[in-house]
Design a protein around this ligand. Structure first.
Ligand code: ZN
Length: 450
């Protein structure tokens, strides 16, 4: 039954994709006009159907609201969204308990009788999230995830990929597989490869699939690129789409060296869907400005100017009518990129998102950014994967590969010195594999001390 509904779903995506591709070449005024109407529709719907949002709407009139009026609404946190689930959701008869039942009972991705898909994620913030997407929302989000690739394929005069390998969680309850296992061209064949499997199995499955395009977790695709460079894997994808994890400079460099393929890096969330996607040409990622409102704000939730540093990024997902997220705190910081993109799209760009602040380690009042570890571990060609566990006065580091352990240890101790740790206690251990999160398949590279 899922396969039959899914086939209908994908036809809906292909039908809607033309419109979404065309929007990438809209002038800024047209994007803004569209966005304002979508925002009014969302706020109006939320006020009528969501007691949570109705109580927070205050003096804002959805019928005349603009993006600037969002600043008059309170910030929505992950904890509020999850604790007040039943008051947020806009579909009668749908509640958290029912959504949990779907998660517990479904044996594969499924649709509720009312046509929803239910997902969950552990999340790096420690708050378990339950999410529900309606059909129209899925169609829109899939278009946002895939329209840049479709536009680039057309510009290159090629059709969609012949074979797409999808490296994602593989099964429920994570949303990555339905969203990325999308043959946007009817002739495209897709192969889903669970990314949480041992790497040798993943690599073999990719070799067997012989994909012309790859989509999936950034760290897995980075590792496949390194395996290709090492002569252990022979595949030649002509287009690469990364998601779900930050794409590190090292992984991007490995992909460029291994395949020279354009990379479409996606910044998304189960809450909002697809905040931004790279076009494969210019730097950074283009914001899905027609379907997502991003606000860079200070610590008090007040919007800051494009050149000013922001404490947080708030997102309003214009396609999410079933469970509206309005001024939702994503827990990521983004920087706007100035100037036009060589691809010609007027959709604004943000710099690649380096990772959640949750990845940073706190030692008392000292803060050590994840990048301090990443700088050492991500650039060592003899390390193919790593995981850093914070300890009281340093870190225990697991690495896959054959690095020179004393050298790596010394380099990490040195890397932490500028952050106020003169002699951090670092241990480095080589292991055969690092387990991924059982439900999401994501790799937690940084595990803070709790
Ligand atoms: Zn571009």
């Amino acid at each position: 039954m899922y396969q039959r509904l899914r086939a209908a779903h994908l036809s809906a995506v292909r039908a809607a994709l033309e419109d979404h591709v065309a929007r990438l070449d809209w002038p800024p005024e047209r994007i803004e006009r569209h966005r304002t109407e979508r925002l009014r529709a969302l706020l109006g719907w939320a006020r009528e159907r969501s007691p949570f949002h109705a109580a927070r709407m205050g003096e804002v009139d959805p019928a005349t609201a603009t993006v600037a009026d969002l600043a008059r609404l309170p910030v929505m946190t992950k904890r509020e969204a999850q604790e007040e689930w039943d008051a947020v959701v806009t579909t009668p008869g749908l509640d958290r308990a029912g959504a949990e039942r779907v998660l517990a009972e479904q044996r594969w991705f499924s649709y509720t009788p009312a046509g929803h898909q239910v997902f969950s994620s552990g999340g790096s913030s420690g708050v378990r999230g339950v999410y529900v997407w309606d059909w129209e929302q899925f169609v829109t989000l899939a278009c946002l995830a895939w329209r840049w690739q479709a536009r680039a394929d057309r510009a290159a005069g090629t059709g969609g990929p012949a074979r797409l390998a999808v490296l994602s969680a593989g099964g429920p309850p994570h949303a990555s597989t339905p969203l990325f296992d999308v043959p946007t061209d009817p002739a495209t064949e897709t192969v889903v490869i669970p990314a949480a499997a041992p790497f040798d199995d993943v690599s073999k499955a990719v070799a067997d699939a012989g994909p012309t395009a790859l989509v999936g977790y950034a760290s897995v695709i980075g590792r496949l690129a390194r395996a290709t460079l090492a002569g252990e894997l022979d595949v030649r994808p002509v287009r690469v789409s990364t998601n779900s994890e930050p794409l590190t400079d090292e992984d991007r460099a490995a992909i460029a060296a291994a395949w020279g393929a354009p990379v479409h890096n996606l910044w998304g969330s189960t809450e909002i869907g697809v905040q931004a996607v790279g076009c494969g040409q210019g730097d950074g990622l283009h914001v899905s400005e027609d379907e997502v409102v991003l606000e860079r704000v200070d610590a008090d939730g007040r919007p800051v100017g494009p050149g000013e540093p922001a404490a947080r990024t708030l997102a309003t997902g214009l396609a999410g009518r079933t469970f509206p997220f309005v001024r939702y705190d994503l827990g990521d910081e983004v920087t706007l990129l100035p100037g036009p993109c060589p691809c010609g799209s007027a959709m604004p760009r943000v710099a690649a998102v380096a990772g959640r602040r949750d990845d940073d380690f706190h030692y008392g009042t000292l803060l050590v950014p994840a990048s301090a570890f990443r700088y050492v571990l991500g650039t060592d060609p003899l390390i193919s994967e790593y995981q850093v566990h914070q300890t009281a006065d340093g870190a225990d580091v697991l690495v896959v590969g054959s690095p020179d352990v004393p050298t790596v240890t010394a380099a990490l101790v040195e890397a932490l010195q500028p952050y106020g740790l003169p002699d951090a206690a670092i241990t480095v251990r080589t292991v055969d594999r690092i387990p991924r999160h059982a439900a999401t398949g994501k790799l937690s590279r940084f595990v803070p001390l709790r």
